[in-house]
Design a protein around this ligand. Structure first.
Ligand SMILES: C[S@@+](CC[C@H](N)C(=O)[O-])C[C@H]1O[C@@H](n2cnc3c(N)ncnc32)[C@H](O)[C@@H]1O
Length: 403
C-alpha cells in the first residue's frame, strides 16, 4: 500500500489494511511467534528523519536528555547548553545532538530560548499591550481560512526581516509577533518539524522537488511543500478537531508567527502554515508520549515528559489486550510480538495492536479505560477486550457511557 509514493508499513509478517470501524490497521500475514521483532523506527529513510519531530516539555528540559530522552527520577543533568535550553545525560549525547542539529538548528534553539526568557521578563514588567485583532483568533473561522490569514501576516513578518526597506505595516507585524508570548512547547515542537523539513529539502532523494506555493489557491500555504517533503507525516490520520481544549488554533498561529520573527533566516522558507497545521493535526492522533523508559513489562510509565511523532510506527491500533509490545530505547521504538499472547503464535489474519495506555493504566476497569481513551484519543475503543467486558456489564452502565 502506498501513499503518494511513500511506502506504508509492510513486511513478510504484516500488511496494512482498512478496517470497518477503526481506520487502517496492521494484520498478520502469517503465523508469528511470540518475541518476533516486527518493526524498529530506524530501518528506513534514516538520513531523512533525524531529528525526530518531538518536544520535551519545558519543565523537564533540565531533567530529560535532549538526545536520548534519558530521565533519572527528576535529577537535573549537569551537561547543558543553557543558552539553547537543553541538557544531556553525557558529553557523547551532547556531541551527537549538536552534530545532528547542526549550527543552524543550534542557532534556532538559542533564538527560542532567548525569546522565552525575554518574554517572561516582559510579562513581569509591562502591562500586556492590546494585541492587534486579527481574524486568526476568531473562533468562528474554519482552520483553513485561519491558517491562510496567518500566512498573510507571516509574509509581512518575513518581509520585515528580509527586505532592505520594509514598510511600516510589515515592521509593525514583526514587532507584534515578537512581543506576543507563545507556548514554549509549541515553539519547540514546531521547530523540530521545521528542522526535519529543512534537512530533507537538502537530502538527495528530495532535491529538485518542487516545493513552491500551491497551485490550488484554496489550500493552506505550504501544502505542496509539506506533501513533497513530509509524505510520511501526510500519510497519517489527521484530526480536524485538534484545535480544541488546551490546543487552540490561536496558540499554534501565535507560535508560527513568533518563530517567523525569531528563527534564523534560512529556516523561514520551511516555516509554512501548512507545515504547522499538519504537525498539529497529525500529532493529535499519532503522537507517542515520552515517559520514563523501562517499566517492569518494558513499557514506559510515569511522568509525561514530552511527546513525539514516529510516522512509520503510527499504524498500530490500540487494544486493551495488546499482542505487540513496544519499547523505546533512546529515540528508537521497537515493536515485537508480545510473549504474553494466548496460544503459541499470533495467527495469520489477526490484527497487531499495541496499547495506547501507560504501563500504569492497563489495570483500569473497562469503563475507566474507555473514558481515558475517549478523552485523550477521541475514540470509542472497539477492541476485543472491551467488547467482551462491555458484554458483561449491566445495560444501565452501557447506556450511561453513551449518554
Ligand atoms: C495511531 S492511529 C492508528 C492508525 C489509524 N487507524 C489509521 O488509520 O491511520 C490512532 C487512531 O486509530 C483509531 N483507533 C486505534 N485503535 C482503535 C480502537 N481500539 N478502537 C477504535 N479506533 C481505534 C482511532 O481513530 C485513533 O485515533
Amino acid at each position: 500500500m502506498h501513499h503518494d509514493g511513500w511506502p506504508l508499513p509492510e513486511s513478510v509478517d504484516y500488511v496494512l489494511r482498512s478496517t470497518a470501524s477503526a481506520g487502517r490497521a496492521i494484520f498478520a500475514r502469517r503465523n508469528i511467534k511470540p518475541g518476533t521483532h516486527i518493526l524498529s523506527t530506524t530501518e528506513k529513510y534514516e538520513q531523512l528523519r533525524s531529528p525526530t519531530v518531538h518536544v520535551i516539555l519545558r519543565p523537564y528540559r533540565r531533567e530529560v536528555c535532549a538526545q536520548c530522552f534519558a530521565y533519572d527520577r527528576g535529577r537535573e543533568w549537569k551537561c547543558r547548553l543553557p543558552d539553547a535550553g537543553v541538557a544531556f545525560c553525557s558529553v557523547e549525547c551532547r556531541q551527537q545532538w549538536e552534530s545532528v542539529i547542526g549550527p543552524l538548528g543550534l542557532a534556532a534553539h538559542q533564538a527560542i530560548e532567548t525569546t522565552i526568557k525575554k518574554q517572561s521578563k516582559w510579562k513581569k514588567t509591562t502591562q500586556d499591550s492590546t494585541p492587534m485583532t486579527t481574524a486568526v483568533d476568531s473562533p468562528d473561522l474554519d482552520f483553513d481560512a485561519a491558517w491562510q490569514a496567518a500566512g498573510v501576516v507571516g509574509k509581512q513578518i518575513v518581509a520585515a526581516r528580509t527586505k532592505e526597506k520594509p514598510s511600516k505595516t510589515e515592521q509593525r507585524y514583526l514587532r507584534e509577533a515578537e512581543s506576543a508570548p507563545a507556548d514554549p512547547d509549541f515553539l519547540a515542537y514546531l521547530l523540530s518539524g521545521v528542522l526535519v523539513t529543512h534537512k530533507r529539502s537538502a537530502a538527495p532523494a528530495m532535491v529538485g522537488k518542487d516545493a513552491d506555493e500551491p497551485s490550488d489557491e484554496s489550500s493552506i500555504p505550504g501544502t505542496d511543500m509539506v506533501s513533497e517533503l513530509f509524505p510520511d507525516l501526510m500519510a497519517l490520520a489527521s484530526d480536524s478537531s485538534v484545535y480544541t481544549g488546551d490546543s487552540p488554533l490561536s496558540s499554534w498561529t501565535k507560535a508560527y508567527k513568533l518563530l517567523l520573527a525569531i528563527l534564523p533566516i534560512p529556516l523561514l522558507d520551511f516555516l509554512r502554515p501548512a507545515i504547522c497545521h499538519e504537525l498539529a493535526s497529525r500529532a493529535s492522533h499519532n503522537a507517542f508520549s515520552i515517559r520514563p523508559a523501562g517499566g517492569s513489562d518494558g513499557e514506559q510509565s510515569g511522568e509525561f515528559l514530552g511527546w513525539g511523532v514516529w510516522p512509520e510506527a503510527s499504524f498500530f491500533n490500540h487494544s486493551c489486550r495488546p499482542n505487540v509490545r513496544k519499547e523505546r530505547v533512546g529515540r528508537i521504538w521497537t515493536f515485537a510480538v508480545s510473549e504474553d499472547i494466548t496460544g503459541d503464535v499470533l495467527r495469520e489474519g489477526e490484527e497487531l495492536c499495541i496499547t495506547y495506555l501507560g504501563g500504569d493504566e492497563k489495570d483500569l476497569d473497562v469503563e475507566e479505560r474507555r473514558k481515558k481513551l475517549k478523552g485523550e484519543w477521541g475514540f470509542d475503543c472497539q477492541c476485543q477486550k472491551c467488547v467482551e467486558e462491555l458484554h458483561d456489564l449491566p445495560l444501565s452502565a452501557i447506556l450511561h457511557e453513551r449518554s
